[in-house]
Design a protein around this ligand. Structure first.
Ligand code: SF4
Ligand code: SF4
Length: 174
C-alpha cells in the first residue's frame, strides 16, 4: 500500500476516468460537478483497491471545499498569445519565479496527456515540495514541455507582477 505523501502513479485506466470527467464538464462554466464526481471517483477507486484508504482524506478535503478542484477554461491553448518577454536573458534574475505559481490544467491538457498531474492535486501541474517549482522545469530553468505548456503559462505576463519584479524595465527582481 502506498503512502499518501507519495501518490501512486496514475494508471492508464485512472487517467482515462479523469479524462472522461473533464470531457463531460469541459463546456460548463461551473465546475462544482467536477469536484463532486472526483470525490465519487476517489471513493470508487478506494473500493476497487486502486487507491489506499488514506485517500479518503482527499475526498473529505474536496467535500469540504469544492473550489479546490477546478479546470482552466482555455478552449484551445495553442491560440493563446504570449507576451514578448526575453525570458532566457531574465531567468538568472527572476529565477523563473512564474514557474512556482499554481497552474490549473484545462480539459485540452488532460486529453492530450502531455502534462503530468497527481491524484492528490487533481488537474494541477505538480510542483517540487522543496523548491515549489513546477516539475516540468529542468535544472537550467527551461520548460521541458514548452510546446504543450498550459494556457495559463502562455497567457501569463510578469511585467507588472510585483511578486516577481521590483522594476521590470530596470531588471530588478523581487
Ligand atoms: S518570471 Fe517573467 S521573465 Fe521570468 S521566466 Fe517567468 S515570464 Fe519569463
Ligand atoms: S509548464 Fe513550463 S512554463 Fe508552465 S509552469 Fe511548468 S515549467 Fe513553467
Amino acid at each position: 500500500m502506498s503512502d499518501p505523501a507519495s501518490p501512486p502513479d496514475l494508471s492508464p485506466e485512472l487517467v482515462a476516468e479523469l479524462e472522461q470527467l473533464t470531457e463531460s464538464l469541459a463546456a460548463r462554466p461551473d465546475h462544482a460537478d467536477l469536484a463532486r464526481k472526483l470525490e465519487w471517483l476517489i471513493d470508487a477507486l478506494i473500493l476497487r483497491g486502486q487507491l489506499p484508504p488514506t485517500f479518503r482524506k482527499l475526498a473529505t478535503k474536496i467535500r469540504g471545499d469544492r473550489s479546490t478542484v477546478r479546470l482552466a477554461m482555455f478552449r484551445d491553448k495553442y491560440t493563446v498569445p504570449s507576451a514578448d518577454i526575453d525570458c532566457a536573458e531574465r531567468i538568472p534574475l527572476c529565477r523563473a519565479r512564474c514557474c512556482t505559481f499554481d497552474v490549473t490544467l484545462s480539459p485540452q491538457d488532460v486529453a492530450e496527456r502531455k502534462l503530468p498531474f497527481e491524484i492528490d492535486q487533481p488537474y494541477m501541474l505538480p510542483r517540487d515540495p522543496d523548491s515549489r517549482r513546477c516539475t516540468c522545469m529542468d535544472a537550467s530553468g527551461a520548460c521541458t514541455v514548452y510546446d504543450h505548456r498550459p494556457g495559463a503559462c502562455r497567457a501569463y505576463d510578469c511585467r507588472a507582477d510585483d511578486r516577481v519584479w521590483i522594476d521590470f524595465e530596470a531588471r530588478i527582481p523581487r
